[in-house]
Structures are given as structure tokens and as C-alpha cells.
Design a protein around this ligand. Structure first.
Ligand code: URA
Length: 331
């Protein structure tokens, strides 16, 4: 870790919080059986400090990003195009437990997602499939107008099953923006993003960076309504659902004007970067991408990290990259 980072406010508490992430200050991985993190009670266990074990992967032992490296690694994508619909994949997505979106699995299958349904509501938006009039209207919306628009949104079939829209939460002038996939059951019930076990881990990830939910940080999702399958289980949003919802996030980003965006997981990353859905997170992390003119760092989804403890140290390396990028932008 760089001396610069050690001087950062909150660094001392960061060490304690790294424990919650399962990472020791010398970058050792905590050994936990995967079964121990299944379910809410066990998830708490996963977040608690456990005895250290040697690092298995040599390339994650010392994440030491520096501003120069961060700058050198910047990749600019042509434009943040909304993802195009993709051809159905042959295999069904793995069945996930209820309570969290399943796309933290790197080999997520978009092809099994439900087709969106446009609900007739007398709005002119449905009559012009090639030009989306909402985009122009969103450009002029302030926070209250945008919130109201999202609360009443019927642009895709997800509105049918939702209890609440999940707009996003935090400091509306935050310099950090963390973007997840979409609400799960807890979030749908409470109307707030990342309130379940994955949210607890996200809060700890934020704290390890010296960032607190609601203070200089905003948390949002790619889609504002909970996607579920026919059995009521969480699933990733379809490409069409993402395309329908993304303009809201784009307006949120325009209003917030964050310094750094952190994409949590594959859905967030590929949706914002307009990339092939088959691109694994492992190929996107370690690089500073750009979303429009803002730096974007990709890391694993917290829910994935709860299940794949071996990747927590990589996530910490990603957060270090995000922090050094942030510092470089703040100079
Ligand atoms: N997973 C997400 O991606 N977003 C949430 O809000 C909750 C879980």
C-alpha cells in the first residue's frame, strides 16, 4: 500500500474494516467454506473476522495502484451505448437462492431473461419506438421530477411485479458513485438499494475506502425495479429492461457529476460500457475505463464476493485503483 494512501483520513479504521472484507493488512485471505456464507445468518458469519491463511494467488498479494498507473491504464469506450438485445443462450441460468440478483456469476446468461412488456398508459412514449421521447424530457429534469418519473415508470414489464421502485440513495452531490445491478427482494420491499447482506458488505467496502453511505457517496442500480423469474426468484435484467431503464441512471449521473464511478458486477459494467454481455468481470477489472468523460472502475458485485471469498482481495485491489484514480482527479 502506498504511503499516500496510509495518510488518507480513515486509514486506521480501514484496517479494521478490511477484516470485515476478509482481507488482512498483509493481503492474506480468510479461509471460509462457501456453505458458511449461504443465507442471511451465515452471511453475517462471512463478514466476521476469521483466522488468516496464506494467499493463494500471487498476483493479488500487493495491490499498490498509483495515480500514474491509473492514468496509464485508462481505456476510453466509444460511447456508453445502451446494450443491444442479445440472442438467447442455449443453457439456462443457474438457479439462485432468493434474496439477491444472480448475475454475480461471471457466466451470467442474459438469454433467459423475460421479454419486456410495454404497458399501455396513454403516454406518447410507446408510439415512437425509434426515438425515445423520454430521453429529451429527462435532460431537463431535476431531482424531484426524476424521482417522480421513476416512481411512476411503466417502460417495461418489471413494473408489474414491483412493490417499490428503487431510485438510489446518497449524497446527490457525491464524488463517488457506486452502481449495482438491480433491486433484490429486500430492496424491493424497502425501496432502497443494497439493504441486504450484500449491502452490508458494500457498506464495509465503502468504509474501507473512508467513504460512508450517504456521505460523498451515491448508490444506484442499472434497473430500478426488481427482476424476477417465473418462480419469483431474482434474475438479471434483460438487455431490453436495461435499455428501458438506463436513461434514468444517465440523468442521475448528469445531476450528480461524480468524480469516479464504480461498477459493481457484470451487469453494471457491461451496461455502462456498452460491452458484449459475454465479457467477464475478470477482463474488465484492473483498468480505468471511461463512462462519457468520467473514470469508471469495475469490481465484483458484493453478492458475488459473499460467495467467492477468494476474490475479495481482488476487489480490494479494485477499490485501491478507484481510490488512486479519485486522488488523481482531485489534484
Ligand atoms: N444487488 C444489486 O445489484 N443492487 C441492489 O440494490 C441490491 C443487490
Amino acid at each position: 500500500m502506498s504511503e499516500e494512501l496510509k495518510q488518507e483520513p480513515g486509514f486506521g479504521s480501514s484496517l479494521a474494516l478490511l477484516d470485515a472484507l476478509g482481507i488482512g493488512p498483509v493481503w492474506v485471505r480468510r479461509e471460509l467454506a462457501v456453505e458458511e456464507v449461504q443465507g442471511t445468518a451465515a452471511t453475517q458469519e462471512a463478514l466476521a473476522p476469521t483466522p488468516a491463511a496464506p494467499v493463494e494467488s500471487p498476483n493479488v498479494s500487493a495491490p499498490q495502484p498509483v495515480a500514474a498507473e491509473a492514468k496509464a491504464a485508462v481505456v476510453t469506450h466509444a460511447r456508453p451505448s445502451p446494450p443491444l438485445p442479445v440472442a438467447p443462450a442455449p443453457a439456462a441460468a443457474p438457479v439462485e437462492q432468493e434474496g439477491g440478483p444472480p448475475s454475480w456469476l461471471d457466466d451470467m446468461d442474459f438469454g433467459t431473461a423475460l421479454e419486456p412488456v410495454l404497458i399501455p398508459d396513454g403516454d406518447e412514449e410507446q408510439d415512437a419506438p425509434s426515438v425515445d421521447p423520454l430521453i429529451a424530457r429527462l435532460k431537463t429534469m431535476d431531482w424531484p421530477q426524476l424521482k417522480q418519473q421513476v416512481a411512476g415508470c411503466r417502460r417495461c414489464g418489471l413494473c408489474q411485479g414491483r412493490k417499490n421502485t428503487v431510485f438510489g440513495v446518497g449524497d446527490e452531490k457525491a464524488r463517488w458513485l457506486f452502481i449495482g445491478e438491480g433491486p433484490g427482494r429486500n430492496e424491493d420491499q424497502q425501496g432502497e438499494p443494497f439493504v441486504g447482506p450484500a449491502g452490508k458488505l458494500l457498506d464495509n467496502m465503502l468504509l474501507s475506502m473512508g467513504v460512508k453511505r450517504g456521505e460523498n457517496a451515491y448508490i444506484a442500480n442499472i434497473v430500478k425495479c426488481r427482476p424476477t423469474d417465473d418462480n419469483g426468484r431474482d434474475r438479471p435484467p434483460s438487455a431490453q429492461e436495461v435499455a428501458a431503464c438506463l436513461p434514468y441512471l444517465q440523468r442521475q449521473i448528469e445531476l450528480i457529476q461524480p468524480t469516479v464511478l464504480v461498477a459493481l458486477g457484470k451487469t453494471a459494467a457491461i451496461s455502462l460500457l456498452g460491452m458484449d454481455p459475454a465479457t467477464p468481470v475478470s477482463r474488465l477489472r484492473g483498468t480505468v475505463h471511461r463512462y462519457q468523460d468520467r473514470p469508471l472502475v469495475v469490481t465484483y458485485h458484493p453478492a458475488y464476493l459473499l460467495r467467492t471469498l477468494t476474490d475479495k482481495s481482488k476487489a480490494w485491489a479494485d477499490l485501491c485503483l478507484a481510490m488512486s484514480t479519485y486522488q488523481a482527479q482531485s489534484r
